[in-house]
Ligand binder design. Sequence first.
Ligand code: KG4
Ligand code: ZN
Length: 340
Amino acid sequence: MVTDERAEPTVVLGIETSCDETAAAVVANGAAVMSSVVSSQVDLHARFGGVVPEIASRAHVELLTPVVAEALVEAGIDGDGVDAVAATIGPGLVGSLLVGISAAKALSLVWGVPFVGVNHLEAHLYASFLEEPDLEPPLVVLLVSGGHTLLIAMEGHARYRLLGTTVDDAAGEAFDKVARFLGLGYPGGPAVDRVAMEGDPAAVDFPRAMLDDGFDFSFSGLKTAVINHVRKHPGLATADVAASFQRAVVDVLVHKARRAVRETGARGLCLAGGVAANSLLRERALDAAMEDGIRCYLPSRSMCTDNAAMVAAAGYWRLRSDGPSSLALGAAPNLRLALG
Ligand code: KG4
Ligand code: ZN
């Protein structure tokens, strides 16, 4: 139940350290972004071709204090202006999560304000709400990131029904693996997106797995098909392979998301997660929504990838529905979205 006392805290400092971005943000009323600072560690991990957990936690330790300070300065407030501190508690890398959680608890104790633990997946769902304050459930959210591919019916705030998920690789993982195979570097998604712009998406007809088969996804066969095809046709232009692969992924994502909106009677479709920054996915989702006469909400690219504004927004809603979290709450590396 929402009490007056709980409705009062409105300015939330969010902290995000679940993977390789150290981020802090100040958000008012779960919607107005007063500041959002993201320090990416991508250069530190690039030479290893992926995130190295120990390097990530050490970098969070070094970066978090200046990042939080910058977020407060940009928002024009100090600790007195913060009503609650929210931090991602999972899913993610345990060492990295612990850095953000410990900092958030310490700040909440020093400032005498509530601490609230946030599910990183729920935070991604809230990215659309930051830029579309009038957004109202019921909605279908396609959450596509490096670790997850979830099609979710959002029936209300903190009320989700899982429609489908991947049975193997996440969509972002498929982008990253194919990019690595094609020698496009890390992180793979933005690289494929860039190279695909020069290529022919009809050059290779890659498989669209499980297209009309429920709401689950499968991307590992597509990745293998790309590898086999390139080995058989070594002369093929990389841009054509990237464009054809990207088209296959996007076709499946949009096809299922659009069917989910139809079958659930949702008001609109939201994209969320790092892969929602993909140019073709954004374009095709908008086209499909226009054809179907529904609204499509696309968070700006910086709100699709990991950031702390989405953590502060999700924290605001959690605080309103459940109240503060216990300071005994620890990191939950395998946390799932609470469904019900
Ligand atoms: O949400 P996110 O920043 O971190 C996770 O929580 O996983 O997502 C990162 C994923 C990576 O797999 C990255 O390659 C992918 O999002 N990604 C993209 C694009 N930008 C980031 N995939 C396709 N096209 C993009 N433009
Ligand atoms: Zn994420």
